[in-house]
Design a protein around this ligand. Structure first.
Ligand code: V55
Ligand code: FE
Length: 486
């Protein structure tokens, strides 16, 4: 018998799906471009079992992976759980064994020491596999065609860390997967790492560094010769875990920091640039190097943007201060001052889930997309998990400053988009965008396809799912050649 607590986390927009399955040749409105050949993978949190106690976090749900395969103007869907060690142990037991988000003290004694990961944050085809990631655990590999789970990998013994970041970047020059990990030597630790893995699975770079304080090191950027890491004042301490409060709190007494380090160094050159006025940035749109300067583009808010992680001192969540707007952080690596040189607005529409044409990762670029909040528009549905209803898709030309948007209508919201290049060597931004649009009134989702540089025109096609998918996190496109068996 499955009884979830009567909580907002499982109602309405967040009603669980918990369904594995396949749909061939999904019904389509409009025309899917025949040149779209590949697969869009994405993941959402979807707990297999009711939590051990009420008050669980959205971020703690088991990863449910969806693959949309595009070919010959058709699209099919396959959905499977990421069968993590946690998922398997709980499936065997028929109930939840792991407790609160990022708090092993709340687990059943039978699972102490096991990886607690849910693989619910990001999915990406890399090398021969689909990798599914959660930042508190190693990297999970799945079959990229069947979505059957293989298990956690340590990259043939080369990466024995207990953690693997969920926002890796693929270096467009080398094809290497560039990634960070944090709390690498245990919960609440300041130890972090940077590493690069070749498409053949060889770890070619691995360095350690320390962050200014224990924090949620959720995303980072590659920027030419450098990596750049935004640190926002989300932190935690042992008392929080002892008292089983939400793992992260937002501490306004802490500064924000930007860490910059050479990619080819040994980690000892890591420099931290302070931003005194506390800010919050979870996701990176892109970063790049301009001589001795490093720029980082990110949606940023004045306080913590995640409503389910409380203010340390108990200040109530203020959705207005939590609104995220696109900004550019700049530092100069030759500066004698350990301060962020400038923080300048880069966009008008508030929003989150920034994306680019990933072939531009770490390079000067022009086109970015985010899902944004048009607060002036009506909304007929129930509230969602974030600071507001993300009802609009916006294209940002970060060179000209122009923006264009498409509103999804009053009945729903939009999930993170993903850019698909028209061909391998198409110019930056030339291609399509896919994004799930969830109708919370009628309770279904459409996978919408847009002309990436003309989103204001609305979807050129919709693949009409018979169900509504749950609010997801991140996903990526894999072109057909990446799907061929190795
Ligand atoms: C984030 C998401 C997570 C997580 C930690 O957006 C940070 C940030 C989906 O899980 O565990
Ligand atoms: Fe994320």
């Amino acid at each position: 018998m499955v009884h979830f607590p009567q909580e907002g986390l499982y109602q309405d927009v967040l009603r669980l799906v918990r369904m594995e399955g396949d749909i061939a040749d999904i019904e389509i409105d409009g025309e899917i471009p025949a040149e779209m050949d590949g697969a869009f993978y994405r993941v959402h949190p979807d707990p297999q079992f009711a939590p051990r106690k009420p008050g669980d976090q959205f971020f703690n749900g088991d990863g449910m992976v969806t693959m949309f395969r595009f070919k010959d103007g058709r699209v099919s869907m396959k959905q499977r759980y990421a069968k993590t060690d946690k998922w398997k142990l709980e499936n065997e037991a028929g109930r939840a064994l792991f407790g609160s988000y990022r708090n092993p003290r709340t687990d059943d004694p039978s699972v102490i020491g096991q990886h607690r990961g849910t693989a619910n944050t990001n999915v990406l085809v890399f090398g021969d596999d689909l990798i599914a990631m959660k930042e508190d655990s190693p990297c999970l590999t799945m079959d990229k065609l069947t979505l059957e789970t293989d298990g956690y990998t340590d990259w043939s013994g080369q990466l024995t860390l207990r953690t693997f970041g969920a926002h890796p970047k693929i270096d467009p020059e080398t094809g290497n997967l560039c990634n960070i990990s944090y709390a690498a030597d245990g919960d609440l630790s300041r130890d972090a790492t940077y590493f690069e893995i070749t498409p053949d699975g060889e770890v070619v770079r691995f360095v350690r560094f320390e962050v200014p304080y224990y924090t949620m090191l959720h995303d980072f950027g590659i920027a030419g010769d450098y990596i750049v890491i935004p640190v926002s004042p989300y932190s935690s301490d042992p008392t929080v875990l002892e008292q089983d409060r939400p793992h992260f709190y937002y501490d306004r007494s802490l500064s924000a920091w930007m860490g910059v380090m050479r990619r080819d160094g040994d980690g000892s050159d890591m420099r931290w640039f302070e931003q005194r006025e506390a800010l919050c940035s979870c996701h990176v749109m892109n970063a790049y190097q301009e001589g001795t300067k490093v720029h980082l583009d990110t949606p940023m808010s004045k306080i913590g943007s995640l409503p389910f992680f409380p203010d340390k001192d108990g200040a109530p969540f203020d959705p207005e201060l939590a609104m995220t707007e696109l900004a550019r952080f700049t530092v100069d690596v030759t500066s004698n001052e350990d301060k962020v040189e400038s923080v300048t607005p880069l966009g008008k529409a508030p929003g989150e889930f920034p994306r680019i044409d990933d072939r531009m990762a770490g390079k000067p670029y022009r086109h970015g997309w985010m899902i944004t909040y048009d607060l002036a528009k009506p909304y007929n549905g129930p509230p969602g998990p974030f600071a507001g209803v993300i009802n609009t898709l916006t294209h940002f030309d970060v060179v000209s400053g122009e923006e264009q948007s498409w509103w999804c209508g009053p009945d729903g919201s939009i999930q993170e988009p993903c850019f698909i290049p028209r061909s391998k060597d198409a110019p930056e931004g030339d291609g399509w965008l896919v994004a799930l649009v969830d109708d919370h009134v009628r309770n279904y989702s459409d996978l919408c396809i847009f002309d990436a540089l003309d989103v204001a025109n609305g979807p050129i096609a919709r693949a009409k799912l018979p169900i509504r998918l749950r609010q997801g996190l991140h996903g990526n496109w894999a072109a057909a050649d990446l799907l061929e068996a190795a």
